[in-house]
Each structure stands twice: as C-alpha cells, then as structure tokens.
Design a protein around this ligand. Structure first.
Ligand SMILES: Cc1cc2nc3c(=O)[nH]c(=O)nc-3n(C[C@H](O)[C@H](O)[C@H](O)COP(=O)(O)OP(=O)(O)OC[C@H]3O[C@@H](n4cnc5c(N)ncnc54)[C@H](O)[C@@H]3O)c2cc1C
Ligand code: FES
Length: 261
C-alpha cells in the first residue's frame, strides 16, 4: 500500500473527562485510505526535544469526515500537539502498519477490549465490523470513571458497552478481564484488543484458553515507523524471532505471538 506525507488542517478538538483529546483533521490535498488498526507518524513542530515524528493510531478515517485521533498528552510532543489551535496545519505520514483483520461473516459476535489510548484504534474497527454485519460488544478498562466517561459515545454502532475501573467508580471493580463476559469468552467468535501490555497479555491468555480467535495491537516505542531504525522490535515467536512492530504489526494474531505464552 502506498504511503504518503500529507498536510492536515485541525477542524475540531475537544477534551474528554480523562484529559485525552479528540482531534479531527481534514486533508489539505489527496490522502490515501486508512484502515482500522493502522497508524500515522505525526510531525510536531516547535517541540525542541521531539526531533522525530510520533506514532498515533487512526481513531477514525472517512472521506467525508477526514481523520480523527484520540491523543493523550503524555510528554512534550503530545502535550504540544493536543494544545494546537483550530486551523493549525500538521504534517503526517500515513497509512502505516498492518491493521486488524476485518474479514468477517455477517452475524459474527465480536468483542473489542481497550484500555487507555488503546481505545483509539477500536473506534473505527467497531464501525467497520458493525457495517459488515457483526454484533459488536465493547469492554473498556480505566483507573476511574473519568477514564471511561465520554468513551461509550465513540462507539454508537456497538450493541453493548461494558466497563471496568480499578477503583470501582464505574462498571465492574477491577481490571478489564474482571468483567463477567470474560468468563464466557467462547460466546464470541473474535476478540480484538489494544491497551497496556499486561492487559493484552491477560486477554490473550483467556482467548487462548477459550480457543477464541484473537488479535492484539502492540504499542512498542517507535521512531521511524518504516522498519529502518529497529527500535520497535518484538520477539514474537521462536521461528521468526525479532520483527519490527511498525511494519509487521502493530496488529498480530495471538497464534503468531507465541512468545507471549
Ligand atoms: C502504534 C502506536 C500507536 C499509538 N497510538 C496512540 C494514540 O492513538 N494516542 C496516543 O495518545 N498515543 C498513542 N501512542 C503513544 C504515543 O506515540 C506516545 O505517547 C508519544 O510518542 C509520546 O511522545 P511525547 O514526546 O509526548 O512523550 P515522550 O517524552 O516521548 O514520552 C513520555 C512518556 O511516555 C512514554 N511513551 C512514549 N512512547 C510510548 C509508547 N509507544 N507506549 C507507551 N509509552 C510510551 C515514555 O516512555 C515516557 O515515559 C501510540 C504509540 C504507538 C507505537
Ligand atoms: S519504528 Fe523504526 S523500525 Fe519500527
């Protein structure tokens, strides 16, 4: 798939209760299509310590609405990025990586589990799977209600949204895998997951034990996003060893990620 470096104009930006921001951009010229689970590398100007682009998941993309990102102000570059005024023009490289497998049959029941900014790539995935006839359930994990508030509205096509919080202020008290649906995971044909590594490993463990098809999206630290610098490598299995998550992933089927067992 051809990659492109394009300018995008910020047309909408608002904060969620967690402090993360939803940022909507429209391309200034031609822009290639993006698929669920792919990411962009954004150039953040005027951040003196951020010489390299930063990877951010495609939260949503359509010709009509442009590109939407969900961004957590984590350090200098993402903090500057989330403070951009409307009308700012930002340079992005896209689409990068291999996204989720969305080759489903109508009527399949699927679970999308997300935590933190790992929720971002699940937004477009939910729309895409629902449009293909899947029944989509969402499982969200957060530390407290603030991390969850405003997130269910990003999934209008989901049939049900479940939540867990560490302090019990919303949904099930505990971590995402404490939500009772994980006791009956075999009710689902597929599970897709993106979030902190311990969460993805726990979801992968239950999916394996329940013999449910499962894909996870890794968020290893990245620099080039193109397979050149090797800073994102993950040892995925004995036969393949270390692979670049930016080009081979970021999405992997857990059958290929046997080093996680
Ligand atoms: C494929 C991919 C998709 C991503 N999607 C999103 C997204 O949709 N929304 C979003 O807000 N962020 C996303 N991230 C994380 C984002 O790229 C980092 O938060 C950002 O690069 C931090 O840059 P900074 O200069 O603001 O902070 P830095 O000063 O570079 O880092 C601040 C802190 O964040 C940690 N950090 C940096 N990169 C990562 C990472 N990849 N994973 C975990 N911790 C990290 C650092 O260790 C440090 O503690 C994604 C990362 C990857 C690899
Ligand atoms: S980020 Fe450079 S090789 Fe993956």
């Amino acid at each position: 798939m051809s990659k492109c470096i394009c300018d995008f104009r910020l047309i909408q930006s608002y904060a969620l209760p967690s402090g993360n921001r939803i940022m909507q951009f429209i391309p200034e010229g031609d822009c290639p299509e993006c698929f669920p689970g792919q990411f962009i590398e954004v150039k953040i100007d005027h951040a003196p310590t951020a010489l390299l682009r930063r990877p951010i998941s495609v939260c949503h993309y359509s010709v009509r609405d442009g590109l939407t990102l969900l961004v957590k102000p984590q350090g200098p570059a993402t903090s500057l990025f989330t403070e951009l005024p409307l009308g700012s023009v930002v340079n992005m490289m896209l689409p990068l990586g291999h996204g989720f497998n969305t080759d489903i049959k109508p009527g399949e029941k699927v679970l999308l589990a997300g935590g933190g900014v790992g929720i971002a790539p699940l937004v477009m995935l939910c729309d895409c799977l629902a449009e293909k006839g899947a029944t989509v359930h969402i499982a969200l994990g957060g530390r407290s209600a603030n991390d969850i508030n405003g997130i269910p509205q990003l999934f209008p096509k989901a049939e049900r949204v479940f939540a867990s919080t560490n302090d019990g202020s919303a949904g099930t008290e505990g971590v995402v895998t404490d939500i009772p649906i994980f006791e009956r995971l075999a009710d689902y044909e597929r599970v897709y997951c993106c979030g902190p590594t311990p969460m993805m490993k726990a979801v992968a463990r239950i999916a394996r034990a329940s013999e449910v098809w499962c894909e996870v999206s890794l968020e290893n630290h990245m620099a080039c996003g193109l397979g050149a610098c090797l800073c994102c490598v993950e040892n995925i299995n004995e036969a393949e060893g270390n692979v670049c998550v930016c080009t081979e992933g970021p999405v992997f089927n857990i059958n290929r990620l046997t080093s996680w067992q």
